[in-house]
Design a protein around this ligand. Structure first.
Ligand code: XLS
Ligand code: NI
Ligand code: NI
Length: 437
């Protein structure tokens, strides 16, 4: 075996919930049954290659500070392979079964796509061997269609047709390598699929082109036999001022408008929801009722800050609210909880990768147990059911089924002088919920 990247660390131990051991799972027990299903199958944790392996923790005011002794900083394929070894060592020690990547995270961009593809194939072959040896699975793959200068004005939505062609070719290859690695899904996040100013933008054409790329991807998936789930990941802005996939409702309307809803679900990210002015529970609920909850990029943001800080989700109360919605949707099938999260810049030591993921995994394990307790308790669900009980009356059924006319409703309403409204009891319900946390 190659030299260890994380000597002296892990596998992370399972410790008592009251333990003072800083690096240990206090709540996560992969095989413990919750509602009859092992925790690991409810949660389906993944680590993402871009933050875990490629984020040096630079910011607009200063360069990389993360210590990555396994990485020589060069763009050789050998360095890529060493990095992959370090990543899979990290996954095993941190007890994470899944991963996600962009094509350009795992292998470098070369002068031509042909050369980039050749190097990508070498790294993918190595990753396939690492997956086989460890049992780790690929949750989803994606193409980086936002970093290179050619994508300055978008990829699928670029005003230049040559750029669209390049993006399509890059997605073709990314789909093929995702398929080769047994990926359960494929994500489109349109970071630059939007605009900075309407003054120079043909929005209709750009949206049509975005849909065209997604259709091309569906066609190619069919051609190569890739049956994984496609996802769109909403985000309202950053890096674009306005992104077309701005929130879950906008994505669902887009998929419907362009006849893509059968093949796509959504990948909801916590910090993107809050940037859109929603809670993440809201975004998951919107997906749930539309049958398109696919996967979750689990992170959190700083409420008062206004940009995508991609912090690790370490607050079990947030995780409990998310798990309540995910469980209401029937849980994950192809999706999972991908930590699309980075350590704070000050947390630059290799062991901080462990602290960060373990904190997130434990918060979700605790959140899962709380969500199960809230569901077993039943008081909140019973209250909501009762709140809408009048709709179960004959009148309610006539309206819901479309049989009632406006004239009929008018005859009921014209002379009414009082209405049986009742309290929403929000504070009482919050008291119950927080009491179970
Ligand atoms: C960026 C997005 C990105 C996607 C994958 O804000 O979250 O990381 O998850 O392209
Ligand atoms: Ni994301
Ligand atoms: Ni993000």
């Amino acid at each position: 075996m190659a030299q260890e990247a994380f000597p002296g660390i892990g596998p992370v131990p399972f410790v008592d919930s009251t333990s003072r051991e800083p690096l240990g799972f206090r709540h996560y027990r992969p095989d413990e049954l919750v509602e009859g299903r092992p925790m690991k199958d409810h949660l389906r944790f993944a680590s993402c290659y871009w933050h875990t392996m490629r984020n040096g923790l630079g910011d607009p005011f200063g360069g990389a500070v993360a210590q990555m002794p396994w990485d020589d900083g060069g763009d050789s394929v050998e360095n890529c392979l060493r990095r992959a070894d370090a990543f899979f060592e990290f996954l095993a020690k941190c007890r994470i079964d899944r991963w996600c990547f962009h094509d350009r995270d795992i292998a470098p961009e070369r002068a031509t796509l042909r050369e980039s593809n050749a190097d990508l194939d070498r790294v993918v072959a190595h990753c396939a061997a690492l997956q086989k040896a460890s049992g780790v699975k690929l949750l989803w793959g994606t193409a980086c269609l936002f970093a290179h200068g050619r994508y300055v004005s978008g990829a699928a939505t670029s005003p230049r047709v040559e750029v669209f062609a390049h993006a399509a070719a890059q997605v073709k290859k990314a789909l093929e390598v995702t398929h080769a690695l047994g990926g359960e899904g494929y994500v489109f996040w349109g970071g630059r699929e939007g605009y900075t100013s309407l003054i120079n933008t043909d929005m209709k054409r750009e949206r049509d082109h975005l849909a065209r790329l997604l259709h091309l991807a569906c066609d190619h998936a069919g051609a190569i036999g890739f049956k994984g789930q496609f996802y769109i990941e909403p985000k309202p802005r950053e890096p674009s001022v306005h992104q077309y996939d701005s929130d879950a409702a906008a994505c669902i309307a887009f998929l419907q408008e362009y006849g893509l809803k059968d093949r796509f679900k959504l990948n909801i990210e916590t910090n993107h929801a809050t940037l859109a002015g929603h809670t993440v529970e809201h975004e998951i609920a919107v997906c749930r009722i539309s049958g398109v909850l696919g996967s979750v990029d689990a992170n959190s943001g700083t409420d008062h800050c206004g940009w995508d800080t991609d912090e690790f989700p370490t607050d079990h109360r947030l995780c409990a609210k998310m798990m309540l919605e995910i469980m209401a949707a029937g849980g994950f099938t192809t999706g999972g909880l991908n930590f699309d999260a980075k350590r704070r810049r000050e947390s630059f030591e290799p062991i901080d990768l462990f602290h960060a993921h373990v904190a997130g995994m434990d918060a979700f394990a605790r959140g899962l147990k709380i969500a199960a307790a809230v569901r077993a308790d039943g008081r909140i669900a019973a209250f909501v059911k009762e709140r809408y009980a009048s709709w179960d009356s004959e009148l309610g059924r006539r309206i819901e089924s479309g049989r009632a006319t406006m004239g009929e409703l008018e005859s009921l309403a014209l002379d009414a002088k009082s209405w049986p409204v009742s309290s929403g009891r929000q504070e009482m319900l919050e008291h119950i919920l927080h009491g179970l946390m």
